[in-house]
Design a protein around this ligand. Structure first.
Ligand code: XUL
Ligand code: CO
Length: 441
């Protein structure tokens, strides 16, 4: 049964189109730097926002009807969400989805019952995957909503809660493997603390690492070949979260010997909450060989929380795609729209238009990032900026063939150094604008 009646397959109509239900820039098969757009971007739908979230906030209930013709809280509804999700992805040409265990079914009081519901729904999802060719980008366990996780999952003070976290991860890994998923995510929503007065940080971090090791061992034992991801976020819901940003999470992985199995899943709005740009956390991940996947969304400059908006800033997506292209792309990853419509945008059309906005914004970002790379002036400038290290004493510093004594002697000979070359930030920003808006007049 068709759910999104009156909305057909979303066509690509080009930049002049005024049809709100058409792509203006996302042209799936168009080659950018030798690869079809859809492969450069690997778009995914987040089950939780798109099929579950109704716009509930602290001040009022949801505004969007996501019953899809069924009674909420039933397995019939869980199946209606599958129907809606696959129809939605097919109409938009989205080839991947991401899920938490409890996005898929109503959680029961008894975990055994929850697991049998997951078995039932995953059989149904698998049928749809086979019929449509749609794939799973990553799975995860929701270890933050249920009250048992009030003090975290791996970091909980309760060993029984740790067991439930382990059980959920085991099941979510089973499902991810059943779906042939490319990745498995840890977002440590409540892995952190409210006050140090009651918290043993070292103990908690060791337990989180233990849980991750157990997950890796189990995942590999059932044939999971993809990447495990940490999705950093500095705060919200906890005051302080352990996976603060990419640099912190990478340090943690190395400290506990998890760096061979894990990469980063960088979410734009999480990076900005940490006081960074989206581009910064992508770069830090990339230079450490840990750029895995991306949760594509955006925050709001005036609001200090995780608003999870659909990306609309072409400047931001250009700089993000610049990092991703330069890192050689996302191997087991993609761009997962961890994004939701604004509360007053509550209709089915809005669900589609949110994705069209996000997909077009990233398509433009991809086109413009490729243009920046082809233009070459940024790369050339950066290369030249460090050119004092290519010869003489600079080359010796780089190759490790010098000593503090030799360097001090060089400084004494120079007496006072020439000022480093200008950073030319304004010139470079102007180049970016020129590449973004060429053809604007
Ligand atoms: C929360 C968030 C999560 C993760 C998966 O801020 O981003 O939805 O992506 O648990
Ligand atoms: Co996310």
């Amino acid at each position: 049964m068709e759910i999104f009646k009156n909305i057909g397959k979303i066509p690509f109509e080009g930049s002049q189109s005024k049809n709100p239900l058409a792509f203006r820039y996302y042209d799936a098969e168009k080659l950018v730097l030798g690869k079809p757009m859809k492969e450069q971007l690997n778009f995914a739908m987040a089950w939780w926002h798109n099929l579950c979230a109704t716009g509930t906030d602290m001040f009022g209930p949801g505004t969007a009807d996501k019953s899809f013709g069924a009674t909420i809280g039933t397995m019939e509804h869980a199946k209606a969400k599958v129907d809606a999700g696959f129809e939605f992805m097919s109409k938009l040409g989205i080839e991947y989805f991401c899920f938490h265990d409890v996005d898929l079914i109503p959680e029961a009081a008894d975990i055994n019952e929850t697991n049998s519901r997951l078995d039932e729904i995953s059989d149904y999802i698998l049928e749809k995957m086979k019929a449509t060719g749609i794939k799973c980008l990553w799975g995860t366990a929701n270890m933050f909503s249920n009250p048992r996780f009030m003090n975290g999952a791996g970091s909980s003070n309760s060993a029984d809660v740790f067991c439930f976290a382990a059980a959920q991860i085991k099941k979510a890994l089973d499902l991810t493997v059943k779906f042939g998923g490319e990745g498995y995510v840890f977002w440590g929503g409540r892995e952190g603390y409210e006050t140090l007065l009651n918290t043993d940080v070292k103990f908690e971090q060791e337990n989180i690492a233990r849980l991750m090791h157990l997950a890796v061992d189990y995942g590999r034992s059932i044939g999971f070949k993809g990447d495990f991801f940490i999705e950093p976020k500095p705060k919200e819901p906890m005051k302080h979260q352990y996976d603060f940003d990419a640099a912190t999470a990478i340090g943690f992985l190395r400290q506990y010997g998890l760096d061979k199995d894990f990469k980063m899943n960088i979410e734009a709005n999480h990076a900005t909450l940490a006081g960074h740009t989206f581009q910064h956390d992508l770069r830090i991940s990339a230079i450490n060989g840990m750029l895995g996947s991306v949760d594509a969304n955006t925050g709001d400059a005036q609001l200090g929380w995780d608003t999870d908006e659909f990306p609309y800033s072409v400047y931001d997506t250009t700089m993000a795609m610049y990092e991703i292209l330069k890192a050689g792309g996302l191997k087991h990853g993609g761009l997962n729209f961890d994004a939701k419509n604004r509360r007053p945008s509550y209709t089915y059309e809005d669900m589609f238009e949110g994705f069209i906005l996000g997909m077009d914004t990233f398509a433009l970002g991809l086109i413009k990032a490729a243009a920046l790379i082809e233009d070459g002036r940024l790369d050339e400038f950066v290369k030249d900026r460090y050119s004092s290290y290519t010869t003489g004493i600079g080359a010796k510093i780089r190759s490790g063939e010098t000593t503090l004594v030799e360097l001090a002697a060089k400084a004494a000979e120079l007496k006072t150094p020439a000022l480093p070359g200008s950073g030319r930030q304004e010139r470079l920003e102007s180049i970016v604008n020129q590449v973004l808006f060429n053809g604007a007049n």
